[in-house]
Design a protein around this ligand. Structure first.
Ligand code: PEP
Ligand code: MN
Length: 357
């Protein structure tokens, strides 16, 4: 099921050039706020408008979205600006209301994609409907759960799928509101190469200053698109005020982006890549050799009734090797991480030997 036959999420008239941009307020608040923001964005060439109608909030009492009365405002955005409109759905009722109102693109929020029952309910409600659906990563860093959500939608016949990387929740909020953990969307790309990936710098960063650098990082990682919160008056926003930017600032940020060409391969690059292939092969041969020696040590320890784990030896290896690494211009923390992994595998191998009859 993992190799899905996906179809393009691009709607007519949307430029396929990276980045495909979706922008709009975190929440629809009033008809004036929606229309003024939408006109501002349309004047900057934005083609897809986002606005949350139903807002999942951490605690009760906050603004939980304007609800169905906001849907006609989105219809008006389409009529007056020609933009496509996107909103978040979390239940089957949201799906029915959004479809009835002619919403063009749906997305599933991070709290919802963490819940398989909720995702299945949305998938069932979408059976027989042909609409692009974007799925945000679950709040917890669980790639399988994220992929499972795509499988549920695909199983319901939705072929126009896309991913939104919005970062992962953590107890310590230092720089980011949600940790980017870029390796997770990178692995998603490897597992589902045809799935377009959007970055949501607003919810990763949680503050305006981080939007531009996060957008650039996403472009350098060859993401397909960006979904960015934009509000006519960010400080007055009813939700996520600190991370919203005006349409003017959004335009400025987008114009500064450097989009690197992804397809060009020069001869120099392929020569360097050949060198890397050769080096990787040597690394693997050395690793295999190291594991063989380590298994021999396992046999020795077994015969002499010695425990597998020899803590002083392990610490000595880590310290000496990271010093050696520093002298070779390698990051000592990186060397320690690699050696920890290698050591753990050696221990696993030796355990197998100990347990053999
Ligand atoms: C949102 O897009 O406004 C939103 C609620 O995001 P998330 O699901 O990523 O928290
Ligand atoms: Mn938001």
């Amino acid at each position: 099921m993992e190799q899905m036959e996906l179809e393009s999420i691009l709607l007519p008239g949307v430029d396929p050039k990276r980045p495909i941009v979706i922008a709009g307020p975190c929440s629809a608040e009033s008809e004036e706020q929606v229309m003024e923001t939408a006109h501002g964005l349309a004047s900057k060439g934005i083609k897809i408008f986002r606005a949350g109608i139903w807002k999942p909030r951490t605690k009760p009492g906050g603004f939980e979205g304007i609800g169905v009365i906001g849907l006609p405002w989105l219809k008006k955005v389409k009529e007056e600006t020609g933009m496509y409109v996107a909103t978040e759905v979390a239940t089957k009722d949201h799906v029915f209301e959004a479809l009835k109102a002619g919403i063009d693109i749906l997305w599933i929020g991070a709290r919802t994609s963490a819940n398989p029952f909720a995702v299945q309910e949305i998938a069932d409600a979408l059976k027989g409907v042909d609409i692009p659906v974007l799925i945000k990563n679950p709040v917890n860093p669980d790639l399988e759960l994220w992929i499972g959500a795509f499988q549920r939608l695909y199983g319901a016949g939705i072929k126009r799928l896309g991913a939104i990387h919005r970062g992962f929740s953590s107890y310590d909020k230092k720089i980011y509101r949600n940790l980017p953990l870029w390796h997770i969307p990178i692995e998603l790309r490897r597992r589902m190469p045809n799935l377009p990936i959007f970055c949501d710098p607003s919810h990763i960063g949680g503050k305006r200053e981080l939007i531009a650098p996060l957008c650039q990082q996403a472009m350098d990682l060859n993401f397909d698109g960006l979904i960015i919160e934009s509000h006519r008056d960010p400080d007055a926003a009813w939700s996520d005020a600190a991370q919203q930017i005006t349409p003017d600032v959004l335009d400025y940020v987008l114009n500064l982006l450097v989009i690197r060409d992804s397809t060009q391969t020069t001869e120099n690059l392929s020569e360097l890549r050949k060198q890397i292939d050769g080096i990787d092969e040597q690394l693997l041969e050395l690793l295999a050799k190291r594991m063989r020696v380590s298994r021999e040590i396992g046999v020795y320890k077994k015969e002499h009734n010695m425990p597998i784990l020899q803590a002083p030896r392990y610490s000595e290896i880590l310290e000496k090797r990271s010093d050696m690494g520093s002298q070779m211009d390698l990051n000592p923390e990186f060397i320690k991480e690699i050696l920890k992994e290698i050591h753990e595998e050696s221990v696993r191998q030796q355990m197998i030997i100990m347990n053999e009859e």
